[in-house]
Design a protein around this ligand. Sequence first.
Ligand code: DUC
Ligand code: ZN
Ligand code: ZN
Length: 460
Amino acid sequence: MPLDLVIANGTVATASDVFEADIGIRDGRIVQIGGEMKDAARVIDATGRYVLPGGIDSHVHIAQPSGPGIEMADGFDSATRSAAFGGNTMVMPFCLQERGQSLAAAFRDYIAQSEGQAHVDLGFHLIVTDPTPAVLGQELPALIEEGHSSVKVFMTYEALRLDDAGILATMDVARRHDARVMVHCENEDVIAFLAQRAVEAGELGPRSHAATRPVAAEREATHRALTLAEVVDVPIVIVHVSNGAAMDEIARARMRGVTITAETCPQYLMLTEDDLSRENWEGAKFVCSPPPRDRREQENCWRGLQNGLFDLFSSDHCPFRYEDEKGKRNAEGLRNFRHIPNGIPGVETRLPILFSEGVMKGRIDLPRFVALTATNHAKTYGLYPRKGTIAVGCDADIAIWDPQARRTIRHADLHDAADYTPYEGLEVQGWPETVLLRGRPVIEGGKMVAEARGEVVRRR
Ligand code: DUC
Ligand code: ZN
Ligand code: ZN
């Protein structure tokens, strides 16, 4: 049978190997690696290029309600367009259950919003903020059984957080139905206490966001989340880890036998709390939670990427426009840092930043890059081996990288619907030039060449 497409003359990398081979694709799947490729309808010449599994970004926020008067910049069209240009073939956004709302209804709403809009494949995590008997007894189990097998809980944000009893009960459902529990670890009472002090002292600018969310608040919550997972005996994902003390908690809990997946993000490698002090209130562009720390913590995060402490490198793309009364510069936020929406864009820059700062600067090798950006996401969230690697039988989700391409990151060249990037002016080497989703080009020659064909993937 003829092949639909051959990627010829490239250097292929997986999480374990780097090798020269042609890749044959038919009906959206990889059907041949190496050997003579017969009768291809089309050949892409990948001489001098890396042929990598498409990135999977398992932590992005799209069209998520973010409080009265605030609007997230991206819907599914712009977020997934941006993801594809950045070398991704799948993203995993969140379905937020607002308090008093049915989780099942929230889920139907997100599915409806995403329909016909996504340029890459999707998988939804379920945020539980109101663990009622109906949610824990029926809705959550039903959604997990349908293949939406990951749950996120928050320890911070008054409107979202669960107390320990709520986290334990949610973890217990996850354990019984074999789902993953992701936890946002920051101690809300510590933050509220410090924020009150900052407000009383008249320290109302963006910088106070970092000052009132210290490492200790993250470390304590990380320890507590790990303890709760240990008691329930459920695997846990600690998302967006920003510092060495939280990493130490993870290492210690692993020694006790807790099954942990640990994630960090570009902001903890590239930004510091000093960015929140930028003049003319520009610090608000860097307000995210946990906040960026300092140089020493950046080094700690790099060490965790190198030595295997971290399994996942995700963007935590959570975009708000800067020049916008529904975004960072909303009227209340301008008066008080507590009202600046938390989150920064990054789905398009995640892979180029790690490729350039990590692989090109010799901090990590190419297989580790692939593991951190694709394979481990697939393994953690029930997508492997269909996705996250290059092997016969898996989806032909592939990014072809030009390792020589030099770019200066400019928001004007990106495709999200925010109006800035925190990485403006950063010079990178290496960029994904062609992206295939299930064997068909989405990005080619710097252009989007396909209609929105992304599908919601059911997971094990
Ligand atoms: N947590 C996230 O995971 N993303 C953005 C904001 C937040 O607090
Ligand atoms: Zn979070
Ligand atoms: Zn997030």
